[in-house]
Design a protein around this ligand. Sequence first.
Ligand code: F6R
Length: 632
Amino acid sequence: MRWFGFRPSTLVTMCGIVGYVGPNADAKAIDVVMEGLARLEYRGYDSAGVALVADGAIASEKRAGKLVNLRSAIEAHPLPDSSTAIGHTRWATHGGPTDANAHPHRGGEDGKLALVHNGIIENFHALKKGLIAEGVEFRSETDTEVVAHLLAKAYAAQGDLTAAMQTVVADLEGAFTLLAVHADQAGTVVGARRNSPLVVGLGEGENFLGSDVAAFIGYTRQALELAQDQIVTITPESVTVMNFDGTPAEGKHYEVTWDAAAAEKGGYATFMEKEINEQPHAVADTLLGRTDEDGRLVLDEMDITEEEFRAIDKIVIVACGTASYAGFVAKYAVEHWTRIPVAVELAHEFRYSDPVVDDKTLVVSISQSGETMDTLMAVKHAKELGARTLSICNTHGSTIPRESDAVLYTHAGPEIAVASTKAFLAQITACYILGLYLAQLRGGTYAEDAQAVMKELSEVPAKLEELLGSMKRVKEIARFMADTRSVLFLGRNVGYPVAMEGALKLKELAYIHAEGFAAGELKHGPIALIDAGQPVFIVVPGPDTPHGLHDKVVSNIQEIRARGARTLVIAEEGDDKVEPFADEVIRIPHTSPLLAPLLAVVPLQVFALHLSTAKGLDVDQPRNLAKSVTVE
Ligand code: F6R
């Protein structure tokens, strides 16, 4: 899987990294790095670590769990004075959240190189195989350690950390920010970035590196923006930038105007707004590293054999809230590609029912947090009934994946706002990967198409970027509607769960009555709700959707408009048929019908966010709700 031209301009959220070099006499490196990590902890908090260069050696400490664990470990066993340090706060992608998998990772037999990494090295399996063949012993399950060993090897040959970095990045695929120090090169930190953030903080006789400016905002507001595929070397007195091919480059100097709180939110007013804008990355990162050298799909931790997957004759998706709507979307696609029947059950209903489930049933749980008690109990129930269980989850090491036979991780990065946004898109993406994997494994009509669909999925991030840049009118509509008391949402097929998700976002964020309906169901009752001025969002399928579904939805719009509804239509670019019946048309880029939910939900998220803001409500922490619902 490649990026197919997608060049992200927003931030990848996974992991926070910080680097510092100060004057020799200055022993404050550990304080600067720990302070930076505290400010970056929102980016990942399942483990943290630091490495310092001191007396020709690396001193390092790392701990699973929140930063406080690392702090206690350092207080118990203080690290030596140093003026050169790197640090990391992790959101696990490869390898669970353990002490061993925490960063920094050491490279070389002498362990003289230390490395921190944000992102995913797509080709790490192949690189690791090569290193193992050379006799390298690995101490962790991470993709990062592979790079640490490669860098140590290159340093041994070249004797310079910048040159070593240039050699190694040429072999890496995927998205990464890397920061490295070497025991024999005190006073130097070398960084590299590709599709993952890295900024330089410019000090007086000291310099900084960070995933974002929050890392060093307590020390300097002067910053340097790096372009993609660049290497930066900082010493106390210098900052040198070059491209991966070795040609000299210059960063773009700017002054940070944000305060520390705004810096954590990447300059956005709320975490939710930031997370909505991170959705291109949530999709792109979830797609990363899913194909082997032959282009065949591979999944994460699987204790289900290919034989068992082939024998599956039924899929039951269990989840709650937004995660369940991701499951509803997936049902349409997975049934279409695999011809396996898919049922979607609210986890708390499944748990207290007598479902028809046996060892040929695959129960797929979907959970951002991996801790939702209702979903966990459903997984346990499914296991008791003999089903095979697979978890789609955003949080490594959480309970639900641990209880499941297999895991497919979404790589949305930590979701801080209570209302789920980027996790929803990542969940749909992961479900699609699973569906295509099953299609490929079982053969049949869609096995051949799997790669084509994966390619089309890889084009979604760029479309999301385009869409996110065109939300001005949606924000205006939201502001005008601040006094609205009820909003309805309609959709058909994959648009139906999108309508339900739009309604849920509005309920939880703006405390407005909202309902999502299947558009075909209107005439069976709900149409009685329509009277003059009733706002209704309609998610219109693209004109090339099979079974004439597009025209059916256009008829539904006419029906409600004739009864006075104010129609807010979400339609594909170029779909002119909706124009005569729409009070507002919100355009989304063209994509194939099954992929459209990844785009169509975005205006609904933005609408709910801005309506909530217009009402002066707390967007990130709506009343009565918690991010992780750990009670039944
Ligand atoms: C809505 C929302 C919730 C969660 C649900 C499941 O915005 O966030 O509906 O989707 O509570 O949570 P997870 O995915 O953590 O199991």
